[in-house]
Design a protein. Structure first.
Lengths: 305, 276
């Protein structure tokens, strides 16, 4: 059972195709789902279509089993969403904003206090939103999304404009929300953040899905992991390793080599070199990250998952 | 979620907006200024012509009605138009329309709740501002002016005028809010008002006088003042002039039809359009 499903979802503005036939499946069962794509790839447009804010040109979608549109009201209390930027009423305090929004959803002051506390905004809750920093606005918007204790959270670029501390707090919060059994869809172009907080990801480009899967699966699609070693005489070290049947390549730095072995093969490499009187100055795991995979995939174009 | 909850939230939010509060402050400032100046200038009966007469609020002489209450309501109408336009346009500008829609996706409900809230705020603005005016004027007239020469049905007529003005303010608010939903902005709604008043009422109405009794302004005035508004034609070749009228009863009906049409256009526009 998927909480969000889209087949051939398409949005066209005049001649411009914003989303060009997107297939997406966000599985049920909790966890954090990353929705990745470069700026302008159609992430926000897709989310707007899913939430019924903009019309769907063609294709189909369901959110918690309901199609975007008026029927969505049946499941809206189970959904919390932030779309693009935290749009709250600037002249009101954070608390007042949440009280007014909560009133629409039938939740009272207790839920407002709980949401404000959850996002760490309780102390500044009575300040006007216009005086909030962007990070505080993001947190206030997240608190608003959490008012009904939703089972599905849709967060569009929630880390935008946050400083490193704010990003870490957001990451911890999102991970904890996912760990509680909620499904959290997080769209972003901040790949390191997504890698740290998400269990599964979908990558889109040009309004089309490039790939989708678990973070581990996607990382496995990149180049194999290896070891980076730094020695005084890289040429001699390469000869020794080759003669021992260990493939290695130069990295471009004069004293560095890359060995195509798993991370746990460090002992074999150091032993081989040490026997020949070559001692390592540095040994690092050469890990492939989501950014590398993302850049590779988006350069190649859509893949069959 | 219930419509009542949505409507309640809209009313509270609108009531807390600075535009609404400032409009109320401006309206009260205007009416109090008028009352205070009139009270201070009042020289008492028989001395000069500055006497502050209670009868100025509503008086019928030779079948014609003059009413200071009606004159003051013009300020309130202008403020109501401003409040109604910003009540919708402000959300488009701030991007908060989507914030509402991700909680209540049934758009017609959102439009109806917003328009209803705007009408209610217009009513309150009108009642408070003109209530202070009538009360202040009555006190000033009793203190330094005259409470004489009142028609037997003076207070009844004042109450009727008050009620008509309040209803008229609500209709203006609904029309303006509907226009703001169509134009998706404050300025657009106000510009349509200006465009209509200049282009249709002033220019077209003067050129094609037969249209005048059917236009908004004539019917609005006829309803608010509770008496016919005359629209004489241009003299014909034989020198005759045809009198046409906008009348209070039909005027209200036409006004309500216009309200329904514009509000309906607002609902249609909001239902179909993307909200970004």
């Amino acid at each position: 059972m998927a909480v969000i499903e889209a087949q051939g979802l398409r949005k066209v503005y005049g001649r411009r195709v914003a989303v060009g036939g997107l297939d997406l499946e966000v599985p049920d069962g909790g966890g954090v789902f990353g929705f990745l794509g470069p700026n302008g790839s159609g992430k926000t447009t897709t989310i707007r279509m899913l939430l019924g804010l903009i019309s769907i040109s063609s294709g189909q979608a369901t959110v918690l089993g309901e199609r975007p549109g008026p029927g969505l009201h049946r499941v809206m209390p189970r959904i919390g969403a932030i779309v693009e930027s935290p749009a709250l009423f600037p002249a009101f305090s954070g608390r007042r904003n949440l009280e007014l929004l909560g009133r629409i959803q039938g939740v009272g002051p207790r839920a407002v206090d709980a949401a404000l506390t959850r996002v760490g905004l309780a102390e500044r809750a009575d300040d006007r939103v216009a005086k909030y920093s962007l990070g505080m606005k993001q947190r206030a918007a997240l608190a608003a999304a959490l008012l009904t204790d939703p089972e599905l959270l849709i967060l569009d670029e929630p880390a935008n404009g946050l400083d490193p501390q704010g990003m870490k707090e957001l990451r911890d919060l999102v991970k904890s929300l996912g760990a509680e059994g909620r499904t959290v869809l997080v769209s972003s172009h901040l790949l390191a953040e997504i890698q740290l907080m998400c269990d599964r990801v979908a990558i889109i480009q040009g309004g089309v899905r490039v790939t989708q899967g678990t973070v581990e699966d996607l990382l496995a699609m990149g180049r194999p992991t290896g070891l980076l070693l730094r020695v005084t005489d890289a040429l001699r070290a390469a000869e020794v390793l080759e003669s021992a049947g260990i493939a290695c390549t130069a990295t471009g730095e004069s004293d560095q080599l890359r060995v195509d072995l798993p991370h746990d093969a460090g002992a074999r490499v150091t032993e081989t070199l040490a026997i020949h009187g070559i001692y390592l100055r540095e040994l690092l795991a050469d890990e492939v990250d989501l950014e590398t995979v993302f850049l590779e995939l988006t350069r190649r174009g859509p893949q069959i998952p | 979620m219930t419509f009542t909850a949505l409507f309640g939230s809209e009313v509270r939010r609108l009531g807390a907006r600075r535009a609404v509060r400032w409009s109320l402050v401006v309206a009260l400032a205007i009416v109090m200024l008028v009352v205070v100046v009139a009270t201070l200038r009042s020289t008492g009966l028989g001395v000069g012509d500055h006497t502050m007469r209670l009868s100025a609020l509503w008086k019928r002489e030779d079948g014609k009605v003059s009413s200071l209450l009606l004159a003051m309501s013009v300020y309130v109408f202008i403020l109501v138009i401003g409040v109604a336009a910003t009540a919708v346009g402000g959300d488009y500008r701030a991007g908060t329309m989507g914030t509402i829609l991700v909680r209540e996706p049934r758009r017609p409900r959102v439009v109806v709740a917003r328009i209803g809230a705007v009408a209610l705020v217009a009513l309150v603005l009108c009642v408070v501002a003109l209530g202070v005016f009538v009360g202040g004027w009555a006190l000033g007239a009793a203190w330094r002016g005259s409470t004489a020469q009142l028609d037997p049905d003076f207070w009844t007529e004042v109450a009727k005028v008050f009620g008509r003005v309040a209803l008229a303010a609500m209709t203006l608010a609904v029309i303006t809010a509907g226009l703001a939903f169509v134009t998706r902005g404050t300025v657009g709604a106000v510009m349509i008002w200006f465009g209509y008043l200049i282009g249709i009422e002033a220019v077209l109405g003067q050129r094609v006088r037969v249209l005048q009794p059917g236009l908004l302004l004539g019917n609005f005035i006829a309803f608010v003042q509770g008496s016919d508004v005359h629209f004489p034609s241009q003299p014909r070749a034989d020198g005759t002039i045809v009198e046409r009228y906008a009348q209070p009863g039909p005027g209200l009906v036409r006004l309500l039809i216009i309200v329904a049409v514009v509000a309906g256009l607002g609902v249609l526009a909001f239902r179909r359009r993307d909200v970004s």
